[in-house]
Unconditional design. Structure first.
Length: 198
């Protein structure tokens, strides 16, 4: 296994660690809120840095592999869904937004598996990139929101933050849907799955 893939595997290990750290105050003791907040931010940073690092190294040193092509997007999806399920569990993210994003991600994984079987690829589009940006922005905003609420006793700032968070998650869900439909439309127009046995 080459270095980029090892970094991706590290991200797969860090993601469930983030989940555990997130719920430490609820599962063990509320006094762990501050430690949980700091560790969440550290783990989030490590996950995101590893996401950048594996791609940069793989492209720069020509270490792109078939395993990496599958494992990298899978680890990205796993990390994002882990962030969102945590945020939905503490009512920071609306459950309906999480459901839309989760259904979209599993549907895309299914379609990609079908596309891999045909040996054809559908090019990434601007909506897919916009979706990725909104996932990142809403995810980190939600993590910061929870961290600050655990570190600062005063909660007055939430009167401003709550509407902002709602808007971010609405945009994330909206971009998620639009990117999904544009991907499906691209597949339909390419007729890539037309010869797939039924």
């Amino acid at each position: 296994m080459n270095l980029p893939n090892k970094i991706t595997v590290t991200r797969l290990v860090l993601t469930p660690m983030f989940f555990i750290v997130f719920f430490l105050p609820q599962w063990i003791d509320p006094s762990l809120s501050a430690a949980s907040a700091v560790l969440m931010l550290v783990l989030w940073a490590l996950i995101e840095i590893s996401d950048l690092a594996d791609g940069i190294i793989a492209r720069k040193y020509h270490l792109v592999t078939d395993l990496g092509k599958v494992m990298d997007p899978f680890s990205d999806t796993l990390a994002r869904l882990t962030y969102f399920v945590c945020l939905a569990a503490v009512s920071v993210m609306p459950v309906w937004a999480f459901i839309i994003i989760m259904y979209r991600e599993f549907s895309i994984l299914f379609l990609r598996m079908l596309m891999m079987k045909t040996g054809k690829a559908v090019a990434a589009n601007s909506w897919g990139k916009a979706k990725a940006v909104m996932y990142a922005v809403s995810g980190v905003a939600g993590i910061i929101y929870v961290s600050v609420s655990r570190l600062i006793e005063s909660q007055n700032w939430k009167s401003f933050a709550d509407p902002v968070m709602l808007i971010l998650f609405i945009l994330a869900a909206l971009f998620s849907l639009i990117s999904f439909f544009t991907y499906v439309l691209s597949i339909y127009r390419s007729r890539a799955l037309a010869d797939l046995s039924r």
